[in-house]
Write a protein that binds this ligand. Structure first.
Ligand code: NAP
Length: 292
């Protein structure tokens, strides 16, 4: 079993980005600049946004964090998005999800200029992804592709099963794995909560990508020998063994399945760190204006 080490790989990517940023600045260009909007005080969202700001510092980017109250109106939020859209110093904008229920996430996503949509959630960028045109790929699926590529996991002609069809992970992942590209060229089955006989399907997977948000859902009896497992899930559960009193679990019973795997991502330290690295990569791309 080979561990797909997202922590190490993301650090390698950050080092590569830092070198490129230093070269850009030395040649007279401005530093890439990522802006994030955080609405409310949700603990997990705070953690994710702080990690993104910290990562910006590490690679030499500028970062701007706009904090808005939970009760901010949709109109006020859209005004903030518009300000950043027209700030020529800012290359990338992310609005941390989820947003409070009185705000229409899709409306906000669509208000971000596609050229600054480094999360890759705007319909224009999703469309380009589907057509296999250069674009900002959604960060989590892009991180998974990068892990598969750097560890040289063969994907061509393989059966790939994806569990979960969210707009940010499962659905784009299924499209990317089916594209005529490397990684890609898989025969993909996309499964969800209405799927019948899930175990019969997961047992056919050469590559199993799990993103449903249910801790340790995938067990050894659901996979075949030699499978590659990508565990996207992150669930925080109480623990009396950690200093913080919490631990993170993936969607896969890691201990139970690992001996059947050729490759597997751990949680934490697998897909999570790769997501941030890809966000930085998209921001660097935007600052070089290579895409539009
Ligand atoms: P989501 O929007 O909640 O979607 C969950 C998907 O799982 C839905 O499509 C749902 O089906 C499906 N599902 C639920 N129960 C199922 C079952 N019993 N069998 C088969 N499918 C089932 O989830 P998400 O935003 O994609 O996130 C999934 C997990 O990944 C979460 O733990 C999240 O925290 C984590 N995540 C991690 C990263 C990272 O960087 N590592 C990034 C994003 C998300 P229906 O569509 O039928 O409801």
């Amino acid at each position: 079993m080979i561990l797909l080490d997202g922590k190490k790989t993301s650090n390698d990517i950050k080092d590569e980005i830092a070198v490129e940023v230093a070269q850009l600045v030395a040649s007279g260009s401005k530093k890439p600049h990522l802006a994030a909007i955080l609405v409310g005080k949700d603990g997990a969202s705070e953690t994710y946004v702080n990690a993104k700001v910290k990562a910006c510092l590490k690679v030499g980017f500028n970062s701007t964090l706009v904090r808005l109250d939970t009760n901010v109106t949709q109109e006020q939020l859209l005004v903030e998005v518009e300000k950043i859209n027209f700030n020529s110093d800012i290359d990338g904008l992310i609005v941390q999800l989820p947003l409070p229920s009185h705000i229409d996430e899709m409306k906000v996503t669509q208000a971000i200029l596609p050229t600054k949509d480094v999360d890759g959630f705007h319909p224009t960028n999703i469309g380009k992804m589907v057509l296999n045109l250069p674009t900002y790929l959604p960060a989590t699926p892009a991180g998974i592709l990068e892990l598969l590529a750097r560890y040289k996991v063969e994907t061509s002609g393989k059966n790939c099963v994806v569990i979960g069809r969210s707009n940010i992970v499962g659905s784009p992942m299924s499209i990317l794995m089916a594209r005529n590209a490397n990684p890609g060229n898989c025969t993909v089955t996309l499964t969800h909560s209405r799927t019948k006989n899930l175990i019969e399907i997961t047992k056919t997977a050469d590559i199993l990508i799990v993103a449903l948000g249910k801790a340790e859902f995938v067990t050894a009896n659901m996979v075949k020998e030699g499978v590659t497992i990508i565990d996207v899930g992150i669930t925080r559960v109480k623990s009396n063994k950690t200093k913080s009193g919490w631990k993170l679990l993936g969607d896969v019973d890691f201990k139970g399945v690992k001996n059947k795997c050729n490759f597997i991502t751990p949680v934490p330290g697998g897909v999570g760190p790769m997501t941030i690295a890809m966000l930085l990569k998209n921001t660097l791309l935007s600052s070089k204006s290579n895409l539009y």
